[in-house]
Design a protein around this ligand. Sequence first.
Ligand code: RRO
Length: 334
Amino acid sequence: MTAIQATMRLSQTLFGATFHNPVLLAAGTCGFGEELRDALDLPSLGGIVTKSVTLEPRAGNPAPRVVEAGNAMLNSVGLANPGLERVCSEKLPWMREHLSGIQVFVSVAGHNPEEYWRIVEGLESVGGFLGYELNLSCPNDTRLGGLPFALDPDALRGVVEGARRLTDRPLLVKLAPNVPDIGPVAEAAEEAGADGLTLVNTLPGLIIDIESRSATLGGGPGGLSGPALRAVGVHAVHRARACTAIPLLGVGGITAAGDAIQYLLAGASLVQVGTATFADPRAAQRMGRGIARYGQKMGIEDIQDLVGTYRGVEDHPVSVSGGDRPVSVSGEPS
Ligand code: RRO
């Protein structure tokens, strides 16, 4: 009789904490958890990343803030959030009470390095979360004419070094996909003191309504997410894996377990689900089981033996015929 292969172990210790599941909810798609508490089983996830917090409350950009775009979504939410003070007095206490079994990262955003540092300082004395995700890559906050810090390794380095001096908590840095090579940006973040990298934020985009000749989003341009972003995100993780040693969190277009597995193979230890939650709040909840089933099928006992095992093209023989035929990219593992 053949022995039954045990399910792959999903639990990992990263940043000094236990993640019992590699699937987290991405920043900006789950608020501070409260809004989704009845829609899915939050404690079954590995964790959540909050909406980006700014010093002052932000009302956000004019509606519409989200439009569908074929295999993608475009958003210009404009950093709508209650601001540091209310996050400390209301949101974090709620999270501390209701989400104690999962890991929470607070996403932080600002216009200049000092704003990032003041927010980290303000949050430091408040419990209820594991660490920070410095959002250096929001595409929708260029009202002062600036570009996201993640587009410039030197600018990024300054913000991260300052934040690093203020906290011993795990510090993630969220990078942008629209750079010529994400490798040097990832290296700069690691050198500046990041404990982990989140790749990638949304890709800047614009959809024009041809009747009115105006943008379909109230804020004009926006950030593109959803399945169309997935290959960009997986590639960014693969490239960052080659340049850095710190843990990576993959995000972009993950709608099913197979998508998450691509990120894990490319080198991400954890994944984040974003846009898929809007269509199906339980999407993230289902993925852990699918990932474990894949591991079982492949005879892998521990998720850590799966992470980063994409073999790269060098290992494969060059195809001499039929190489230009499209292949299926189904998200579910068979
Ligand atoms: O709030 C937003 O418009 C937003 C943010 Br902060 C971000 O990081 N990425 C995005 O696509 N939208």
